[in-house]
Design a binder for this molecule. Structure first.
Ligand code: ADP
Ligand code: MG
Length: 259
C-alpha cells in the first residue's frame, strides 16, 4: 500500500471521461486476450459490455482494477490518476469498486453486519467493527439497505437470503465504499425474472452518481438498462452504440452466430 494513494475526491473529470483505456494489450503465453483496446467511460454513465466467451471482458476488468498489468497501453482514472502506477488495494481506495460474479457475502453475519464489515474494511481499520458506529455510519448503512431493498431483512443472516438478495447485498457492500466507478460482472446470472427486473431498477438508480460498467450475457436484461453498449471481440472493441444499433450490426450478428 502506498502512502500516495489518491482519494476519490481527487479524480479529475473536468476535461473528459472518468476512465480512459488507450491501446491496451494483454497477452497470455503469446495469446492476445486484449488487443490494442481503447475504451472511454464518462462520469455517471452506465455502460454495458457484451461479447462472446473469450472476448476479453473479464481481462478488461482485471486491467482496470489492477489485477492484471497490460503489456502496452495506458489506463487513466480521470485526467491525472495513472492506474498502471497503483496496486489493486490503492485502485479500490481511489474509487474503483468491483463486484465479482459469485457473491462473497459472509453467510453467518446479518445483512447489517455485512454492510458494517464493508465499512470497516474500507476504512482499513478492523477495530471499527468492534467499536460503536457513529450516527453518520449508521445512516449510511440504513441508506444502502434502502437502496438495495433489504431494509426489512437487516437482521437476517446473509446465508438465508435468496441468490438475488445476496447479489444485492454484495452491491450494497460495494456501495459502502462509495466508488466513483463500479464494475459489475454478470449480475443477473442465476436470478429469477423478478430479481432480474429489480436488479435493472437498482443499477439504473445508481448511475449518474457513479459510473457503472456491466458485463452481462442476458440480452433482455442488457436491453432493459442499456444506453451505450460496447461489443468486445477477440480482445478489441468491435463496435459501440445503442442496443438497437449493435444488435443490427452484421459484424455483431456474425460474431455471435460464430463463423
Ligand atoms: P471473457 O470474460 O470475455 O469470456 P476473458 O477475459 O476471460 O474473456 O478471456 C479472454 C481470453 O484470454 C480467453 O481466450 C481466455 O482463455 C484467455 N485468458 C484469460 N485469462 C487467462 C490466463 N490467466 N492465462 C491464460 N489465458 C487466459
Ligand atoms: Mg468473463
Amino acid at each position: 500500500m502506498s502512502v500516495m494513494a489518491p482519494k476519490p475526491g481527487e479524480v479529475d473529470t473536468t476535461h473528459g471521461p472518468i476512465l480512459y483505456l488507450e491501446s491496451v494489450s494483454v497477452s497470455f503465453d503469446g495469446f492476445k486476450a486484449l488487443n490494442n483496446l481503447s475504451l472511454y467511460i464518462d462520469e455517471g454513465e452506465l455502460r454495458c459490455l457484451i461479447g462472446p466467451n473469450g472476448a476479453g471482458k473479464t481481462t478488461l476488468m482485471d486491467v482496470i482494477t489492477g489485477k492484471t498489468r497490460p503489456d502496452t497501453g495506458s489506463v487513466f482514472f480521470g485526467q491525472t490518476i495513472d492506474l498502471l502506477k497503483l496496486d489493486e488495494p490503492d485502485i479500490a481506495k481511489a474509487g474503483i469498486g468491483r463486484k465479482f460474479q459469485k457473491p462473497t457475502v459472509f453467510e453467518k453475519l446479518s445483512v447489517f453486519e455485512n454492510l458494517e464489515l464493508a465499512l470497516a474494511t474500507n476504512k482499513g481499520v478492523w477495530s471499527t467493527l468492534f467499536a460503536k458506529l457513529n450516527s453518520e455510519q449508521k445512516d449510511r448503512i440504513a441508506q444502502v439497505m434502502q437502496i438495495i431493498g433489504l431494509a426489512e431483512h437487516w437482521q437476517q443472516q446473509a446465508g438465508a437470503l435468496s441468490h438475488g438478495q445476496k447479489q444485492w447485498l454484495e452491491i450494497g457492500m460495494l456501495l459502502m465504499q462509495e466508488p466513483k466507478v463500479m464494475l459489475v460482472d454478470e449480475p443477473v446470472a442465476g436470478m429469477t425474472h423478478q430479481e432480474i427486473e429489480r436488479t435493472a431498477e437498482l443499477l439504473l438508480s445508481l448511475q449518474g452518481e457513479r459510473s457503472i460498467i456491466v458485463v452481462e450475457h442476458d440480452m433482455e436484461f442488457v436491453r432493459s438498462i442499456a444506453k451505450r453498449v460496447t461489443v468486445l471481440h477477440e480482445g478489441s472493441v468491435l463496435t459501440e452504440g445503442t442496443m438497437d444499433e449493435v444488435q443490427n450490426d452484421p459484424r455483431v450478428i456474425q460474431v455471435y452466430l460464430g463463423d
